[in-house]
Design a protein around this ligand. Structure first.
Ligand SMILES: [Zn+2]
Length: 436
């Protein structure tokens, strides 16, 4: 290359760069006066703070900040202000009716709407999350072939209003996926809904494919209950090591102790569900810093669901099930295992998906966590699990995602039901309604 051409090229690049900076809109400026301020890291509700937002980021947090010229002022002095909630286990593109085999729900969605129609089903659900103050969801499969990422992209570019989606694409599963046993699969349901893994090399290829499509987390099924099949330890190790090479966390669906143990030993970031986990495995999780995502509904939610069940379970069965959930959540907490909120709501719930997220938090309090401990699972812990320094916290540099509620949810978790304001990326998505 001749020197002149080189200089010209440099000049051209410099011009493009400068123009890029000059043209980037500064975005709206908002000053929020918070009466109470949730410090997610310490897990404490602090006294009044002002929060300054420029564009899509928080730029300052202090006891008092002067109102910049032209800024919008939100007087939430009567409210508690928290970072937008994070639900780390959702299925925004799946809805299974009670009593219906999963294959039928998926077949119905795929047959009636195809990929486009199925993606559309996520639009109202996305709104429901925002309305409940949930500004980020981690979507873990059952979204066809990467439709969670398609929806996430539409939200990110403003075509659809909804929470930020950290998606996995199809879960990496043993033969059969998570469906009930299907002797016939003429519609290719399994291959349409999961990425079936056959061997360690195939596992590595599947991880790379998901990352190339835009996945920021890998979902894997060490076991795929109610299906009987399991991944091999070599397959799990291959999935985790390939994900680690790309700095992508792995979330493992595992319900019984042997499978949980194998996944933890393989190096996953989180165990989803973990119903039958032993104390020994909890101890290992605590030592390795592996999160538990307890996808447990509240007592009230279960009562609401059961009203739509055709057949009522024998008396005492639900209470016994919930007691088992509560016991393992408390054992995990006492063992020092990190806990992140995940609702796993993939069935009809009239109050909406975001209400299900909130209900799960209420379930953690049913189990015996304090409201403040529960809030921390949806803010600080969830943000760390997602590996984004700007999520789940209100501090300079963080995403401008926040909510305001009347009352103090660190004392009474149900205060989260009274959402008065939600901001995502610096934009008011639920207008401020005051707290008096
Ligand atoms: Zn799930």
């Amino acid at each position: 290359m001749k020197l002149t051409r080189k200089i010209l090229l440099h000049l051209l690049l410099a011009t493009v760069a400068t123009e890029g900076i000059a043209q980037r809109p500064a975005g709206p400026v908002t000053l929020v006066h918070a009466g109470r301020f949730w410090d997610a890291e310490s897990g404490k509700m602090l006294s009044a703070r002002d929060i300054l937002i420029r564009g899509d980021r928080i730029t300052e947090v202090a006891p008092s900040i002067a109102l910049p010229t032209g800024a919008t002022e939100i007087n939430a002095r009567g409210c508690s202000v928290l970072p937008g909630l994070i639900d780390t286990h959702t299925h925004i593109l799946a809805e299974q009716k009670f009593g219906e085999p999963l294959s039928q729900s998926i077949d119905r969605d795929n047959t009636h709407g195809g990929a486009i129609g199925r993606t559309f089903t996520g639009i109202p659900r996305a709104r429901q999350y925002l309305d409940a103050g949930v500004t980020t969801i981690r979507d873990l499969g059952n979204s066809g072939q990467f439709l969670d990422l398609v929806l996430g992209q539409a939200i990110a570019n403003g075509t659809v209003i909804g929470p930020r989606i950290i998606g996995s694409g199809p879960g990496l599963a043993p033969a059969g996926g998570q469906f009930e046993r299907l002797p016939m699969d003429p519609h290719g349901l399994v291959s349409g809904e999961y990425r079936v893994i056959n061997g360690a090399d195939d596992a590595r290829a599947a991880v790379r494919d998901a990352i190339a499509r835009g996945a920021d987390v890998i979902k894997m099924y060490p076991e795929a209950s109610p299906q009987r099949t399991r991944l091999t330890v070599a397959e799990m190790q291959a999935i985790v090591s390939e994900a680690q090479r790309h700095n992508i966390p792995v979330a493992a669906h595992a319900t019984f102790d042997a499978a949980i143990r194998e996944a933890v030993e393989a190096g996953v970031s989180s165990i989803e569900h973990g119903y039958e986990i032993s104390d020994a495995t909890l101890k290992l999780m605590a030592a390795k810093g592996v999160w538990l995502v307890p996808t447990d509904p509240s007592i009230e939610m279960v009562k609401e669901f059961s009203m739509s069940w055709k057949q009522q379970p024998p008396p005492g069965e639900i209470a016994q099930q919930l007691k088992m959930f509560h016991d393992r959540l408390l054992r995990a907490h006492k063992a020092g295992v990190r806990i992140a909120l995940g609702s796993d709501l993939y069935f009809p719930y009239a109050p909406g998906r975001g209400a299900g997220t909130r209900g799960t938090l209420e379930g953690y309090v049913d189990a015996g966590l304090t409201p403040a401990q529960a809030l921390r699972t949806a803010t600080w812990e969830a943000g760390r699990l997602l590996r984004d320094d700007g999520l789940g916290v209100l501090r300079p540099g963080a995403h401008a995602d926040l909510l305001a509620v009347a009352g103090d949810p660190s004392q009474e978790i149900r205060a989260l039901r009274g959402i008065r304001f939600v901001m995502k990326d610096g934009v008011a998505v639920v207008p401020f309604a005051g707290c008096r």
